[in-house]
Design a protein. Sequence first.
Length: 314
Amino acid sequence: MSSPVAAAPFLVHAEVAQALAEGRGVVALESTILAHGLPRGDNRRIADEIEDAVRGAGSVPATIAVLDGAVHIGLDDDDLDRICHEDDVLKLSIRDVGVAVALKRTGATTVASTAALAHRAGIRVFATGGLGGVHRGAAETFDVSADLGALARTPVLVVCAGVKSILDVAATLEMLESLSVPVLGYRTARFPGFYLTDSGHRTPWVVDSAAQAAAVAHARRLLGTDSAGVVLANPLPEGRQVDPLLHDRLVAEGLALLAREGVTGKDVTPRLLEFFHSSSGGESLRANVELVLSNAALAGEVAVELAELEAEDR
Ligand code: PSU
Ligand code: MN
């Protein structure tokens, strides 16, 4: 059987390849959050902190991006410099990756494309900040993130702090149910709202440990009921969330700004994040960084547990 990975420019970083070969924990990380979700000046430092959080939990980080037309699974310091500092880094969802490779472009991967490429590389655990989802007003705009379709087709476990409250959270949860993507609350039955500890919605399941989350992914694989991914929702502690009043004001202003500026398509999420970061006196950035680091650490623990379960099968 011919392997498309061998044919396409698909570069697995040596440390990641070795960890996978040895059956150690590996955590995929997306790069869109670095290039388009965090302010310049902070993003490079945070990139290192995210990778360190994965390492601190005993796993190997694999940040994914496309550089000059090559898919990179794992980035070195120079690669991270490029993704964080260069001006023309594209935002690449799954539909864009093949185009960017063919045209030799450089871009950051979203949750959707990172999940697809991580799976192709044999990585089963993935950490991010927040998932994309169903946007408010989607009944008219049809704006539903490709992240949801990707999760429906890709057996990776994604650790996130829920979805941002700029989205229609209820509709996103309904869609995850329709797409057969299980949602596990980490030590809570409340689905987190990214900046907020509680989105106001319940999670269908609760797990109490990284080991339980890993056991879920493992059981699904053994049963062959793992055509879809798993969402592990990890909230900020209540004392660390953004003040709900500030939050509600920012969301209302941000949505009004989008309408005024006529922002659509893939520019919606980056524009809103930029507005939050510049209008919240540092609060949205603080919370965003804390939740991403917490997710990276938890994903690192889950990947270690999953690697142990898989070793027992061999
Ligand atoms: N959530 C964040 N920061 C981000 C994103 C989500 O807190 O940068 C990015 C992720 O890469 C996610 C993407 O996959 O936004 C979703 O974009 P869209 O809504 O255009 O599908
Ligand atoms: Mn969209």
